[in-house]
Design a protein around this ligand. Structure first.
Ligand SMILES: [Zn+2]
Length: 566
């Protein structure tokens, strides 16, 4: 009895469909022991201290983020963190303050600046020179696809007017060809040799900080969208996960998507499956799973590296000859995906433009033809532009739409930096989640944090409204692309659990499942949809243990009547 308690008095979202009213959820030894009508729950047999009155709140399975970069996000919180900057002036003020507070740092590193705060999405180096007294500075953009560098950093890297753009990136230049300060995509790698590496310890501290932040948002498991490689000066996050697991500090369960080297060959498959087997043997509790491979099919739309079926337009609206980039030749992509699928490795593809989505689906089709249905649970993340012809292809291929719903709204980055450069009518093909659901596609959901906030409830608000709280703008792509609240919640719980291959014990409130739970209030299923953003996670539970309580409720313990504590 010691580890047994019961939630009652609220609504229970079980992972799909309408929430249950008047039901109790009994938790025993870290798992869900029963989900029963309150009248059958024998609430009286529980001592007061073991009864948790939800007071009308929602009990949901813990959220699972199907595409996130927690170690980088956590490190950013610990470094020069620009993610809260409101505009360009604010951004520079934060950098100046950080520089003054850290005179001992030879390099200033960090990120989170927003492209839409700067003309053309390209901030200049002089701003950094001035704010930091001429120190070398490297700051990642919020979406991590661009690097902002100071003059000293550019000089140390030896980048000049003569330096050519790399094949997978672009140096923003002044008239005379000299670097202006912003480096898109692969051009950021020009600093690889000189930028100081992140220490393993900082990565570890970043992971722990991230875990705390994410648990507070109700996230109890995730798919890390990039492990097994160094990135942007951050060493492989896997070491941080392993250390956290070894020290008993990894509370969430993690699927690590092993990074596919674009220039590497098909022999990467054997290495990845071997790593997967080793991790499975080392973690019988399934805390760390490496059964996924991350492939970047294309870039992003803001800097016109997303692979499109139609050409980008220039500033005056004329077609250019740029269709974006396929980072991997489509024939090779088919070969790699087929080999991964055959080896039992899931494929997690970054596919953002409509041509990238098509190339990814084509690859899955070839794999299906070769291998049959392997239950691979392959997924396509981002899906910014999806051709109408392709939304129907997800369901028959078993391809899962891994959505970042927070982006599915009119906002400056989309309206100023993307839509004017796409063909007319493309606005209707942005993030077509409603179409995908109607065509039977399974959804999973994630944030891509630190690209954008990791808050699942903020994303769910946008998924349901297709606009930000208080926005006057019409729903992006039309009202038919909205998701209903049950579907949005299912994507973030049972849907992501399916992608994470943890649908057998997480993502649903069901007898025998792990008691990974969140309490949310006000209850989103009782709010007008325009007010969903008001809902907050008030407590998070992992393995039946409360691991987070919002401040207002900090005094409660299991069984304290929540209504009394308000
Ligand atoms: Zn990502």
């Amino acid at each position: 009895m010691a580890s047994e308690f019961v939630f009652h008095g609220g609504l229970v979202f079980t992972g799909s469909g309408s929430p249950l009213a008047d039901h109790a959820v009994v938790v025993r030894d870290g798992r869900i022991a029963a989900v029963v009508p309150e009248s059958e729950a024998d609430l009286d047999t529980f001592p007061d201290s073991r009864r948790i009155d939800l007071g009308g709140a929602l009990l949901s399975p813990g959220f699972q983020d199907a595409h996130i970069h927690p170690v980088g996000g956590g490190i950013e919180l610990l470094q020069c963190n620009l993610s809260d900057a409101a505009d360009a002036d604010d951004t520079v003020a934060i950098i100046r303050a950080y520089s003054q507070a850290h005179p001992e740092e030879e390099w200033i590193l960090g990120g989170g600046w927003s492209m839409d705060h700067f003309a053309g999405g390209n901030p200049r180096r002089e701003l950094l020179d001035d704010a930091t007294g001429g120190r070398p500075v490297l700051l990642q953009s919020r979406d991590h696809h661009s690097t902002w560098a100071s003059t000293a950093a550019i000089e140390r890297a030896g980048i000049t007017a003569e330096t050519e753009d790399p094949a997978d990136g672009r140096i923003v230049r002044d008239i005379d060809g000299s670097p202006a300060g912003t480096f898109h995509e692969g051009a950021g790698d020009l600093f690889a040799a000189v930028r100081p590496a992140t220490s393993a310890d900082l990565a570890y501290q970043g992971l722990l900080r991230a875990q705390e932040e994410l648990i507070a948002l109700g996230i109890t498991g995730w798919q890390d969208a990039m492990v097994g490689a160094d990135s942007g000066g951050i060493s492989d996050p896997l070491a941080a996960y392993e250390r956290a697991a070894a020290e008993g500090r990894l509370l969430v369960h993690v699927v690590g998507a092993q990074w596919w080297l674009r220039d590497g060959g098909v022999d990467q498959v054997a290495r990845m499956t071997e790593r997967r087997e080793r991790a499975a043997a080392a973690h019988p509790d399934r805390r760390i799973d490496l059964g996924t491979t991350k492939i970047m099919v294309d870039g992003v739309a803001e800097n016109q590296t997303a692979a499109m079926l139609t050409p980008y337009r220039d500033e005056s609206g004329h077609d250019t000859c740029n269709h974006g980039l396929s980072f991997i030749d489509p024939d090779r992509l088919r070969e790699y995906v087929t080999a991964l699928d055959a080896s039992g490795q899931q494929v997690h593809m970054h596919a953002l433009g409509d041509r990238a989505v098509r190339e990814a689906l084509d690859a899955l089709q070839v794999a299906r033809d070769a291998n049959g249905d392997t239950d691979g649970r392959h997924h396509l993340a981002h899906l910014q532009v999806v051709s109408e012809d392709d939304t129907t292809r997800f369901a028959p291929l078993g391809a899962i739409a891994n959505i970042q719903a927070l982006w599915a709204t009119h906002e400056d980055q989309l309206d100023d930096l993307t839509l004017p450069f796409l063909q007319d009518g493309q606005v209707d093909r942005q993030y077509p989640f409603g179409d995908l659901v109607r065509q039977g596609a399974r959804l999973a959901a994630g944030s891509d944090w630190p690209v954008s906030t990791a808050d699942p409830l903020a994303a769910i608000h946008v998924a349901v409204n297709r606009s930000y709280p208080g926005s006057e703008r019409p729903p992006l792509g039309g009202a038919h692309q909205r998701l209903d609240l049950e579907t949005a919640f299912a994507a973030y719980t049972s849907g992501s659990a399916y992608v994470n291959r943890r649908d057998d014990d997480t993502g649903s409130i069901r007898e025998g499942y792990l008691a990974n739970l969140v309490v949310i209030e006000p209850n989103p299923f009782r709010l007008p949809v325009a007010e969903l953003h008001r809902a907050r996670v008030t407590s998070t539970w992992i393995d039946g243990r409360r691991v987070h309580t919002a401040d207002a409720l900090a005094s409660t313990s299991p069984g304290t009547d929540r209504k009394e504590s308000r």
